[in-house]
Design a protein around this ligand. Structure first.
Ligand code: FAD
Length: 386
C-alpha cells in the first residue's frame, strides 16, 4: 500500500496499530462475539497506547491529533479483523463535540476518561419515526426550574449497555419563534426514566444496538452540551467525524476481506494454476483494491479538511468518503466470499458474516441514497424531490 500521502508519524502510527491489531485479529473478535462479551481487552490496550484518544486535546490526556490519526487507528484495527465500532461514537463524535463545544467542567469530567478508555459515550440521534430525516426528530427537552426534562424515543443506538452515558440529540423550544431547535444532552446510563431494550440484529458484532425510551428523564442544567442556540453547528461538528470514521471502518473491513481472498487465491489450485491466475478471480480483486485505495484518498481529504477547521468543505468530502468506503467495502467482502467458493460460507473461514457487517457501512450513519441526495443538491445544485 502506498503511504506517500502520510507523514512519517502517520506511517509509524499505522504500523504500530497494525501490530496491535495483529495480536488480536479476527479470532479475538469472533471469540468475543461468540461469548456474548465486549472487546474490553483490546479497547483497554488501544487506549493505554494512546490510540483511542489520539484526536483529543493533549491537556486532557489525548494525543492532540485529529481525524487523520483517529481514522488510521480504526482502519488498521479493522484491517486486522478486529474493528472497534465504538471508536466511531465515543472519541470521534462525543469526544469531538465535548472538546469543541463543551464547558470546561464537561471537558474535565469526560475528556480524560474518553481519552484513556476508562469512559465510553454512546450517541443517539436516530428515531423510529424520523430515520434518515433527522429534521423530524421529536425527542424534546423542556425546562423545569434549573433542570431539563427529556422525553422521546431513539432506535439502533450502539453500545448503550457499555457506555457510561449517551449523547442524545433532542430539541428545545425557541422562546421567540416556538420552533424546535436541536440540542445535545449527556444522559447517564442509569438515569431514572432512561430505558433501553436490545434490538435482535442479524449482525455478528460485539457492539449491540438498542431502542431507547426517555420518559421525562430529569437532567441537570449542565447536561446540555455547549450552547442552546448553536445546536446545529455542534451537531454537524460531530457528524463529519462520524462519517470519516465510518469510512475508516468500511475500508478496514474491506482490506481484511480482500487480504483473506488474495491469500486463498494464491494457493487454491483446482486446475493447472492457482485460481488467482484466472482473470475472472484476479480482476475483481484488483478492482476491489483500487476502490478501497480511492475511498481512502477521499477519507484522507475529508480528515485533512476537518482537522484544518473547514467544516463545510469537510462535510462534502466526508459524505463522499463514507459513500465510497461503503460501496468499496460491500464489493470487496462480496468478492472475497465468492473467491473462497464453498469455504466462503464456512465458519472456519469466517467471511460470510462480513456480508451483513459490510452493509452497516452502506446504511449508517447516513445511507447511500441520502449521500447521493446531498451530492445531487449541494454539489450539483439539482432540485430536490422530497
Ligand atoms: C449496526 C447499526 C448501528 C447503528 N448505530 C447507531 C448509533 O449508534 N446511533 C444512532 O443514532 N443511530 C445508529 N444507527 C442508525 C442508522 O444511522 C440508521 O439506520 C440510518 O440513519 C438509516 O435510518 P433508517 O434505518 O431509519 O432508514 P430509513 O430512513 O427508514 O431509510 C430506509 C431506506 O430508504 C432510503 N431513503 C430514505 N429517505 C430517502 C430519500 N429521501 N431518498 C432516497 N432514499 C431514501 C434510505 O436510503 C434507506 O435505504 C445504526 C444502524 C445500524 C444498522
Amino acid at each position: 500500500m502506498s503511504t506517500v500521502l502520510e507523514t512519517e508519524e502517520h506511517q509509524a502510527l499505522r504500523a504500530a496499530v497494525a501490530a496491535l491489531g495483529k495480536r488480536y485479529g479476527r479470532d479475538y473478535t469472533t471469540s468475543v462475539v461468540r461469548g456474548g462479551a465486549h472487546p474490553r481487552e483490546l479497547w483497554a490496550e488501544a487506549a493505554k497506547l494512546g490510540y483511542l484518544g489520539v484526536n483529543l486535546p493533549e491537556e486532557y490526556g489525548g494525543g492532540g491529533g485529529g481525524m487523520a490519526e483517529l481514522s488510521i487507528v480504526l482502519e488498521e484495527l479493522g484491517a486486522a479483523g478486529s474493528p472497534l465500532l465504538m471508536m466511531v461514537v465515543s472519541p470521534a463524535i462525543c469526544g469531538t463535540v465535548i472538546a469543541r463545544f463543551g464547558t470546561e467542567a464537561q471537558q474535565r469530567q469526560w475528556l480524560p476518561g474518553l481519552a484513556d478508555g476508562s469512559l465510553t459515550m454512546a450517541f443517539g440521534i436516530t428515531e423510529p419515526d424520523a430515520g434518515s430525516n433527522s429534521h423530524r426528530i421529536t425527542t424534546t427537552a423542556r425546562k423545569d426550574g434549573e433542570d431539563w426534562l427529556l422525553t422521546g424515543r431513539k432506535v439502533f443506538v450502539s453500545g448503550v449497555d457499555i457506555a457510561d452515558a449517551t449523547l442524545v440529540v433532542g430539541r428545545t423550544e425557541d422562546a421567540r419563534s416556538g420552533r424546535l431547535k436541536p440540542c445535545l444532552f449527556i444522559v447517564p446510563r442509569d438515569a431514572p426514566g432512561f430505558r433501553r431494550s436490545q434490538i435482535d440484529m442479524e449482525l455478528q458484532a460485539p457492539e449491540k444496538q438498542f431502542e431507547l425510551v426517555l420518559d421525562d428523564v430529569r437532567l441537570p442544567a449542565d447536561a446540555l452540551v455547549g450552547d442552546e442556540d448553536a445546536g446545529l453547528l455542534q451537531l454537524f461538528a460531530g457528524l463529519n467525524p462520524e462519517r470519516i470514521m465510518t469510512a475508516a471502518f468500511g475500508i478496514g473491513m474491506g482490506r481484511y476481506a480482500l487480504a483473506r481472498a488474495v491469500d486463498y487465491a494464491k494457493t487454491r489450485q483446482v486446475w493447472k494454476e492457482p485460481i488467482g491466475s484466472h482473470q475472472a478471480i484476479a480482476h475483481p480483486l484488483a478492482q476491489a483494491h483500487i476502490e478501497l485505495e480511492l475511498a481512502r484518498l477521499m477519507m484522507q481529504k475529508a480528515a485533512r479538511l476537518y482537522d484544518d477547521g473547514d467544516d463545510i468543505g469537510a462535510g462534502e468530502a466526508a459524505n463522499m468518503a463514507k459513500y465510497a468506503a461503503g460501496e468499496a467495502c460491500v464489493k470487496a467482502v462480496d468478492q472475497a466470499v465468492h473467491t473462497l467458493g464453498g469455504n466462503g460460507l464456512t465458519r472456519e473461514y469466517g467471511l460470510a458474516s462480513l456480508i451483513t457487517a459490510a452493509r452497516v457501512a452502506r446504511i449508517a450513519p447516513v445511507s447511500r441514497e441520502m449521500i447521493l441526495n446531498y451530492v445531487s443538491h449541494q454539489s450539483l445544485g439539482l432540485p430536490k424531490s422530497y
